[in-house]
Design a binder for this molecule. Structure first.
Ligand SMILES: Cc1cc2nc3c(=O)[nH]c(=O)nc-3n(C[C@H](O)[C@H](O)[C@H](O)COP(=O)(O)O)c2cc1C
Length: 190
């Protein structure tokens, strides 16, 4: 698939077929992810692929923790919609920042983290576009980062940056509107 077409047609997918995704296919998406640019080629990303029984166990745990947090009024209801959107996805890819431990030694730890996370975002987008090319659907998830017990469950010494739900899509969601270029682009020529 032509790159521009993959960019134009990629949508956030919230309904998935139960069909498992072959390991080789997932590997090809990760191979695309690591082609992203990174600061001084630091490659701050790390990925954990969760599938099959591990995926089911993790999803069940996340659902319980989110419902507990909702009942306690500690998180917003939009997280429930995200958990619903994960329900059918056969694979989760947990995306970590493996440079986290280094920040305490940096002159400006906040800036160092912002720079690394930009790069990890680029790797995620590579993964999503590669998935689109292969006929797979994805959902880039950050709502869970707001759920403290879920973070405690998933966080390692590396910061959790996002969770990607992955699988063969059901349906073809409409394209959410984009701001017109004229409203967000300024050309400076003199
Ligand atoms: C950094 C980031 C975090 C996101 N987090 C969530 C999320 O937690 N739950 C969700 O349903 N969608 C999430 N999304 C998907 C956005 O809602 C979606 O990209 C946006 O509405 C545009 O739709 P499109 O992806 O179909 O173009 C996230 C997207 C990005 C880039």
């Amino acid at each position: 698939m032509e790159l521009m077409k993959a960019m134009r047609t990629r949508r956030s997918i919230r309904n998935f077929q139960p069909t498992p995704v072959p390991q080789k296919l997932i590997e090809s998406l990760l191979a695309a992810a690591i082609e992203a640019p990174s600061p001084k080629n630091a490659q701050p990303w790390r990925f954990v692929v969760v599938a099959q029984k591990s995926r089911d166990a993790l999803f069940a745990r996340i659902r319980v923790l989110v419902e507990e947090e909702l009942a306690a009024g500690r998180i917003g209801v939009c997280v429930r919609a995200t958990v619903r959107a994960m329900e059918e996805a056969p694979v989760f890819v947990l995306v970590y920042n493996r440079a986290t431990a280094r920040y305490s030694m940096e002159k400006d730890p906040v800036l160092a983290r912002v720079i690394d996370v930009q790069s990890i975002g680029a790797s995620i987008q590579n993964m999503l576009l590669a998935a689109q090319e292969k006929g797979l659907g994805t959902l880039w998830i950050c709502d869970l980062l707001d759920v403290d017990p879920v973070l405690r469950l998933l966080q390692t010494e590396d910061e959790l940056v996002a969770v990607i739900a992955l699988g063969y899509p059901v349906g073809d969601p409409p394209r959410p509107p984009r701001c017109a270029l004229a409203d967000i682009v300024t050309w400076q020529t003199e």
